[in-house]
Every structure is written in C-alpha cells, then in structure tokens.
Unconditional design. Structure first.
Length: 556
C-alpha cells in the first residue's frame, strides 16, 4: 500500500468523522431540546429507556452524546443509576444505525431508472438540495436541515475515499494473510478495541471495517470479534465524559464499559462454545458492508435482550466497582442539580433550580429556628453552626443567581421567563431573611458573654414572641411552597401582631427596669432581640408581598 493510498485512506477517515459529527450536530439542532426532554420523561421505564436510548443515539449518531445527557441527569439526581443502565444499553444499539446508512455508499452504478439509486446520484441530490436550503431559504429550520445534508454528503464522500484507498488490497496476498490473523477471537477483540479507542468512535470503526470488507478478505470469523472489541473501545469517550461527575455519574459512565465487556464475554462464551461443539459454516462466510451492518446490529440487539432481565445485577456490579462511602451525600451535592448541560433545556433547568431553591428555604428555616434556640440555651457549637449555615445559604443564592442569569441568555417562552424571575427574586428575599439568623445568634452570643440575665417574666415574654415568629416563618414557607398567594394577607396580619407584641414587651421591660425587677445592663440586649424578631416578621411579609407583585406582573 503506497503513501498516496495511505494518505487517501486517512483523508477519507477524516472526512467521514467530520461528516458524521456535522450530521449528528445538525440533527440535534433540528430536534432542539425535544430529544433530551423526551429521554428524561421516558427514563422511568427500562424498556422505554432502551428503545428511546437507541432512537436518540441513532439520530445524533453518537453514543457519547447520549451518554453525556444521561450522565448529566444522574449527576444532577433526577435520574437513578438503575434507570440510566437501560438507556445506555439502548445507546449501544443505536450505534449500529450508522452502519446501515453507510451501506448507501456501496450502491453500484446502474443504467436506466436504477441510476437514480446510485451513490453518486443520491449524494449529488442531497448536496444540491442542501446548498439551496443554505443559501436561499429564509426559514431557520431549513438551514439547520441543510447542515444535516452537508454532513451526510461529506460522510458519503469520506466512505468512498476509504473504499477507493483499500480497493487495491484485494489483490495483495500479504494483506489477506495478515487480516486472517484476527479471526482468532482474542486478537480480533484487541484490534477492535484499539481502532475504536484511536478513532473515539464505534461508527467510524464499523465504517472502516465495511470498507475493508470490499477486499473480500473479511470473513465472519474475523468480523465478529472485531465488532465485539469495537463496542468495548467505544466506551473510552463515555468514561472520559464522566470525569468530574458525582459518584453516581461515574457509575453511569462506567456502565457503558461494563455492558460491552459483559456482552463480549457472554457473546464469546455462547457463540464459540456452540462452534466448538458443532462447527458453524457461517465462520467462513465472506462479509459485505451489508453483512457487517447486520452482524453489528444483531449483536447489539442480542446483548440488550440478554441483559434486560439482569439490570439490577448490572447495577449491583457498578456499585461493587464504585462502592458507596459515608460522605457520598454531602450537603454541597445539591448544587450538582444545577447541571450546566440543562441550560439548553429551560424546562428541566427551571425544575432543577426550584428544587435547589426549596433546599435553600429549608436551610433558612432551620437556621432561624437554631438561632432562636440560642436565646433559650446558648451553645458554642450551635452558634458556630448558625454562621456555617449562613455561608452555605449565601452559596445557594450565588449559585442560583449565576445559573439562572446564564439561563436567561438562551431562548425561553414567557411563562419560563416568569418562573426564572420568581426564583431569582425569592432567592434574594430568603437570603435577607437568613441574615437575621446570624444577627439573632450574635445577640445571643453578646448576651452570653456579658453574663446578663433576664427575669422570669421577661423570659416568658421572649418565649411567646419566639413562638409567634416561628409561626409566621412556617406560614410564609408554606405559602411559598404551595404558591398560595391567597394567604398572603395572613402573613401581613401576623406581622402586625408581632410588631404589637414587640412594643408591649419593650414597655413591660422598661417598667421592670424602673422597678428594679430587671437589670438595667440587660435593657440594650433585650431591645436588640426584639428588633431582630420584628425584622424577621417584616422579611416574612416581604416574601409574600413580592410573590403578590410577581403574580400581578404575570397577569398583565
């Protein structure tokens, strides 16, 4: 094989890979976010997951792209590892679709009406229609479709170049002798792994195998182990996409490798076991491009059928390789819900943001109650925890704000824009409410260090006021969680009640100081506590007022 043919082969591979990428990206643009959204909705059913995983991968022409979507879902906690395995198995089937598309490039030239089905005619028609769409169409959708067409044309040209480059090999005894070496299962599997890892694409590897089959030197005995190895090698980019993901995200990435290794092991044991007992005439059959596509699809589908009853066992195997640890579910893992990949799909991104927002609200609630508890029973550990939780709440707001601002840079409908605005405003309101927990904790710390004491009567008043503050906090959060703005007036009335209680407590405490029942040293601290509790009630009211304002803006 001369240098010019080697360069021609490499050029064909490069064009093939570029065309496949362009076609897959074009198809994703045409489908928009519908593929990802549907994949997310169907993930709860294993059989639907397998079917749609195959469809998505067949459309985008990349198991890596499908796996990246799934890893994102698992990484963010909206899909479990068990759900992802079915989709990964389906993606494995979807990789075989490209082999059938490539069969079009081997339609031979004919005469008469049959010439319309030749590779040259199909490629030329697609190219002409694509350039017309690209240059003259005013519709964005048709221009996106033109990218798919150009990808198809480049892919076909690449395949033809590869076929032309390897054509002389059919006359080479050395090549035919060399290629038969890989009829040995182990060598064939290793070759498939190597080629697929180098090309980072199982579709491209199958394409090269189809091109080589034109030499007449590829028998079934050679093709089958190479096809099995290609599946294992294709796991490399999927595993790389799991770097930086959560533990479950890594398990999902690993599942692609595990599925293909299990398929290779079981496929080898079953097929070669039968062949050992009864020699199969199929082994010597010379493969064509169509035969390669058929074997590849049959193997992937057979693997799915074989593994489907054992999805739970596959999941256990993944957890065996990557076992759970005590710190797997740290408090910061909730931020993984704000997966960058979902910014392309506002519906999912908003849903995830709302889950994070709900988590922030619960942190605000627990920290305020923790701070109120400090007034009754001071603890250094509890005081430090209030400050630590405040830092975490600030992080919630920062993460939500930066994520949602990036989301607004994309395309959203009016309702989605309103939902984003609501979360942004509410995050700010609850963060200001959370600041009161720190203020209250600092007052409790000041009271503790100054060794000031309140009378029993003053303590009872603070306890009653604390209960009133807890009640307005609980009602406010309940209204937010249920989006029940009709109850906003309740919070307004409760705010007035808390304000009145605070005024009564101030007057009563002043009377106690004048009569000597309370130490004058405690007056300033007592007033500070009352001010902070009143501020909590005011901020609770602000939350519901903001909700009402946002609702009225939405009705305009």
């Amino acid at each position: 094989m001369g240098l010019s043919l080697i360069l021609s082969l490499l050029c064909g591979v490069a064009l093939f890979l570029f065309g496949m990428t362009l076609m897959g990206d074009g198809l994703k643009n045409v489908a928009g976010n519908k593929l990802e959204l549907t994949l997310y909705r169907l993930s709860k059913s294993p059989i639907k997951g397998i079917m749609f995983g195959a469809v998505v991968t067949g459309i985008v022409q990349s198991a890596s792209a499908t796996s990246a979507m799934v890893i994102g879902f698992v990484n963010s906690g909206i899909m479990k590892v068990a759900q992802s395995i079915g989709i990964i198995i389906g993606a494995n089937i979807g990789t075989s679709v490209n082999g059938w598309i490539l069969c079009l490039s081997y339609i031979e030239e004919s005469e008469g009406l049959a010439v319309l089905l030749s590779t040259t005619t199909i490629t030329a028609v697609v190219a002409v229609v694509g350039i017309v769409f690209k240059m003259f169409s005013k519709k964005a959708m048709l221009r996106k479709v033109s990218d798919v067409m150009f990808g198809f044309v480049i892919l076909m040209v690449g395949m033809q170049m590869m076929s032309s480059a390897v054509a002389p090999l059919q006359e080479s005894p050395d090549f035919l002798k060399w290629i038969t070496m890989f009829s040995h299962p182990v060598l064939g599997i290793l070759l498939g792994i190597l080629v697929s890892v180098l090309l980072q694409s199982s579709c491209a590897s199958i394409g090269i195998l189809q091109a080589l089959s034109l030499t007449g030197g590829i028998s079934f005995a050679t093709a089958f182990p190479i096809i099995m190895g290609i599946g294992i090698g294709a796991s490399c980019p999927v595993i790389l996409s799991g770097i930086g993901a959560s533990k479950n995200g890594k398990r999902t990435a690993l599942s692609f490798l595990v599925v293909n290794v299990l398929g290779t092991v079981f496929g080898s044991v079953i097929f070669y076991g039968i062949n050992a007992l009864h020699a199969l005439t199929l082994m010597d059959k010379i493969m064509s491009p169509v035969g390669i596509a058929l074997v590849n699809s049959a193997f992937r589908i057979g693997l799915a059928i074989l593994l489907f009853p054992f999805l739970k066992q596959v999941e256990k195997l993944l957890f065996l390789f990557l076992p759970r640890k005590d710190n797997d579910d740290s408090e910061n893992e909730i931020f993984d819900l704000l997966e960058e990949h979902f910014l392309e799909n506002p519906e999912i991104a908003i849903r995830q943001s709302r889950v994070v927002m709900d988590g922030m609200v619960q942190k605000v609630r627990s920290n305020l109650i923790r701070a109120l508890k400090l007034l009754e029973e001071y603890s250094e550990d509890r005081y430090s925890k209030v400050h630590r939780r405040e830092s975490l709440i600030d992080k919630y707001e920062d993460k939500l704000e930066s994520y949602l601002v990036r989301l607004t840079m994309g395309e959203m409908d009016l309702d989605q824009s309103r939902q984003v605005s609501k979360i942004l405003y509410m995050a700010g309101e609850f963060e200001r409410l959370a600041d009161q927990a720190v203020n209250l904790a600092d007052v409790a710390n000041e009271l503790y260090e100054s060794k000031a004491h309140f009378s029993e009567e003053a303590q009872k008043e603070l306890s009653v006021l604390g209960d009133a503050v807890k009640e307005i906090l609980e009602v406010t959060i309940e209204i937010f969680n249920n989006d029940d703005t009709e109850r906003a007036s309740e919070v307004s009335a409760m705010k007035k009640s808390v304000g009145s209680l605070c005024n009564e407590c101030k007057m009563a405490h002043l009377s106690r100081i004048q009569s000597g029942r309370c130490n004058k040293q405690s007056e300033f601290v007592f007033h500070e506590i009352l001010d902070e509790m009143e501020h909590i009630a005011v901020y609770c009211s602000n939350v519901t007022v903001t909700m009402l304002e946002l609702e009225s803006m939405g009705e305009e």
